[in-house]
Design a protein around this ligand. Structure first.
Ligand SMILES: [Zn+2]
Length: 234
């Protein structure tokens, strides 16, 4: 009797459980559980992502090589001043009425200056001959120096180059610091101020590649001779 009633209860309990399961199934309440299955499916891929993450960490390991190219870049920058004589082309000859072919290449001549070399060209011309802006740009600095005498530092429109005109007799009317000038504009007149011989007035002209600070007194000189004479041949 006792055993039978327990069996009956158990059977009834099982039947109830099966019914409940079927009920839950039909109502879809179990589906989320199934849905959780598919969700668990994608989850492993997410676990697989971390596996890819190490690969992404490996990419930063490739980043240092990317830092290496910058180290290669400076030499390229150092090489560009050499190329500059071509990309700076189109400068006007800075002294009116003078035949550029009469000019000598004295860029590398030994002079008594700090650099030891001339780093410029000298364009001989009678005192008072108009000095012309070789390019558009800005009169960055009007400066009096012991050696250069009365001088002009002109920046090109991009602030890459500085044109230096020295031994000037005097500035043209209206030329002040900050003036914007046009190519061919008269900016000064040939003279012999500074350490130039009074009997040999000339324009001392140089082209300087400006540094990142764009300081008129700091630049790397390139030889104006091939630039000015090539212009003359064209
Ligand atoms: Zn000179």
């Amino acid at each position: 009797m006792k055993m039978r009633s327990v069996l009956t209860f158990f059977t009834g309990f099982l039947a109830g459980m099966v019914f409940l399961l079927v009920l839950l199934w039909s109502h879809g309440s179990l589906h989320p559980v199934r849905a959780a299955g598919p969700f668990i499916g994608p989850a492993p891929p997410e676990v697989a992502v971390p596996t890819e993450a190490p690969t992404a960490v490996a990419a930063p390991a490739k980043a240092p090589p990317a830092v290496v190219p910058p180290a290669t870049t400076p030499p390229v920058v150092a090489a560009s001043p050499v190329m500059s004589s071509t990309d700076i082309g189109g400068l006007l000859f800075p002294v009116q009425g003078v035949d550029p072919s009469k000019m000598l290449d004295t860029f590398a001549d030994k002079r008594g200056g700090k650099s030891g070399t001339h780093e410029a060209v000298d364009i001989m011309a009678p005192r008072g001959t108009p000095v012309l802006a070789v390019e558009d740009g800005k009169i960055e600095k009007l400066f009096e120096s012991k050696r250069g005498g009365t001088t002009i530092y002109q920046f090109d429109p991009t602030g890459t180059w500085c044109y230096y005109y020295a031994h000037l007799d005097h500035y043209a009317t209206g030329i002040v610091q900050g003036s914007m000038v046009r190519k061919g504009q008269v900016i000064a007149y040939v003279g012999s101020t500074g350490d130039a011989s009074a009997t040999a007035p000339h324009l001392h002209f140089s082209i300087l590649r400006l540094g990142p600070e764009k300081r008129w007194w700091q630049g790397t000189a390139i030889n104006p001779y091939p630039i000015l004479t090539r212009r003359a041949r064209q």
